[in-house]
Design a protein around this ligand. Structure first.
Ligand SMILES: Cc1cc2nc3c(=O)[nH]c(=O)nc-3n(C[C@H](O)[C@H](O)[C@H](O)COP(=O)(O)OP(=O)(O)OC[C@H]3O[C@@H](n4cnc5c(N)ncnc54)[C@H](O)[C@@H]3O)c2cc1C
Length: 460
């Protein structure tokens, strides 16, 4: 190993950020060089994405700037496209310019997960995920723009399609996004759209299994379905999306309806970048780890978070692995950093051990469901717990203060429900002006199309 070992952290999300933060604290300047590579210049605090989409929190406040926070690390904005651990080398494609190799001594693989999609006709064209801040901003603007569209026409077909919002997947990400966005749209209609009524909206959530929110007990999941149904929302269990060609949703129960909005939150899979590495993968494509978070059979390679198969030593089942969630990701990062320091100092690494304590989910303003350490909370107390828990967890004092300030402002003034539709296509007006100069003719206005992930990234 070189005099000053290089620790390469692939991904600056939950695991990457927290690992690098701890390493920069524990390995004083000069003991190691920590290099963090991520295509985004920030970490995203994903549990706040539903609130960012609903306008309760400013989107910039749910991300943590890597360069500012990891001021003693080298941050590269780019994507790792391959790793040869045998040669201790990673291929990096920066956001601009030629790809290059980074040599390292210690690897931390923390590139997380991506949406797990299915080959459903129309899904790639009309669907949008809910994993990054660009998608959250896009959806907020899109939902509000649909209200504008519905309010500005007398065509019942256009209205119905604009006001039908379809979500697929009933985990916490899907349920929170579904409930928060409906809450925002309802508020907007009640206050600012006299030509519309909340009853004109149709919110449909499709879940392939017989229940939602697998993180809480069945009675809490059933209570949540009841609450959403009481709000006029349509939760279809044991139902699959069959197709969404030309914005017409077809479900496995035979129902068929037009919908301008299709949000896909039906699970995740390990980041496909793993296929370009020589790390051992299990049948689900996750990096096979020991309980110490070392990659099985390799020296100097570590992994944690959504892409890692980490033995869950709190369970009797020897094949059990920890679930992909923030609770594990944050704690694994801490153990991982401490274990790297231990190994660099010639000590033995310790196993990661944490029993899942439960889950909190927000279902809109003052509404929620929570089950933590066996205590079950519903409604306002659950929502308050959700906020208290997440503000205590969002990294850095700066972000905590900004999120609390957002909440305080929103409670004093009315909720902001304005669509910044131009974010979806910011160059349109300029390009039109330039083209008009050339042809002397105005191009026809472009209707706002249903989202794609690419457009969402641009909007971010
Ligand atoms: C909407 C939503 C709500 C959620 N709410 C909760 C909740 O309430 N409670 C909970 O416990 N969990 C929640 N989760 C899950 C939780 O956020 C994840 O489990 C957690 O982020 C996993 O951490 P990670 O570091 O493995 O991945 P991530 O945090 O996703 O980080 C992965 C990082 O890798 C980067 N990356 C991707 N590809 C590359 C590449 N090729 N090279 C370099 N870097 C790359 C990404 O840009 C990203 O920054 C939620 C998730 C979502 C989407």
């Amino acid at each position: 190993m070189a005099q000053r070992p290089v620790v390469l952290v692939v991904g600056g999300g939950y695991v990457g950020l927290y690992t690098a933060l701890r390493l920069q604290k524990k390995l004083s300047r000069g003991r190691a060089e920590v290099v963090v590579v991520d295509p985004q210049p920030h970490m995203t605090y994903q549990p706040f994405l539903p609130e960012a989409a609903a306008g309760s929190v400013e989107p910039r406040h749910v991300v943590v700037p890597l360069r500012r926070t990891l001021n003693r690390c080298r941050v590269i904005t780019g994507a790792v496209t391959g790793v040869s651990h045998a040669e201790r080398r990673a291929r990096v494609v920066p956001i601009e310019g030629e790809a290059f190799d980074v040599s390292y001594d210690v690897l931390v693989m923390a590139a997380g997960s991506v949406a797990r999609t299915l080959p459903i006709p129309g899904l790639a064209e009309h669907g949008i995920g809910f994993k990054n801040v660009g998608e959250a901003i896009y959806l907020r603007n899109h939902v509000l723009a649909r209200l504008d569209a519905a309010s500005s026409t007398d065509d019942p077909g256009v209205r119905r399609r604009a006001l039908t919002f379809t979500f697929v997947g009933g985990g916490y990400a899907g349920i929170e996004a579904f409930a928060e966005l409906e809450d925002m749209a309802r508020y907007a209609i009640e206050h600012y759209y006299p030509r519309l009524s909340p009853a004109d909206m149709r919110w449909v959530l499709v879940e392939a299994t017989g229940r939602i929110l697998p993180e809480v007990d069945l009675d809490m999941a059933a209570w949540t379905v009841k609450q959403l149904t009481a709000r006029g929302m349509d939760v279809r269990l044991n139902t699959r999306l069959e197709s969404v060609v030309d914005c017409v949703v077809e479900l496995s129960d035979g129902d068929r309806f037009p919908s301008d909005t299709l949000v896909w939150t039906a699970g995740t899979k390990p980041n496909p970048v793993l296929a370009g590495t020589d790390l051992p993968l299990d049948e689900r494509g996750r990096v096979v780890c020991e309980a110490t978070l070392q990659v099985r059979g390799l020296d100097g390679a570590w992994a944690a978070g959504d892409l890692a198969a980490v033995p869950d030593v709190t369970k009797d089942d020897p094949g059990a692995t920890t679930a992909p969630n923030a609770q594990h990701a944050v704690r694994q990062a801490k153990r991982l950093a401490d274990n790297i320091v231990a190994v660099l100092e010639g000590r033995a690494p310790e196993p990661y051990r944490h029993a899942y304590v439960g889950s909190v989910a927000s279902l809109g303003l003052h509404k929620g469901v929570a089950q933590v350490y066996g205590v079950k909370l519903k409604g306002w107390p659950a929502w308050a717990m959700h906020r208290a828990y997440h503000v205590s967890r969002v990294p850095t004092f700066n972000r905590k203060a900004r999120v609390v300030a957002d909440w305080a402002l929103a409670s004093v003034f009315r909720r902001e429900v304005i669509s910044l539709g131009q974010l979806q296509d910011p160059r349109r007006e300029f390009v039109s002006a330039a083209n008009t100069g050339r042809t002397g003719q105005l191009p026809p206005p472009r209707p706002e199309a249903p989202g794609t992930a690419d457009e969402a990234e641009k909007a971010g």
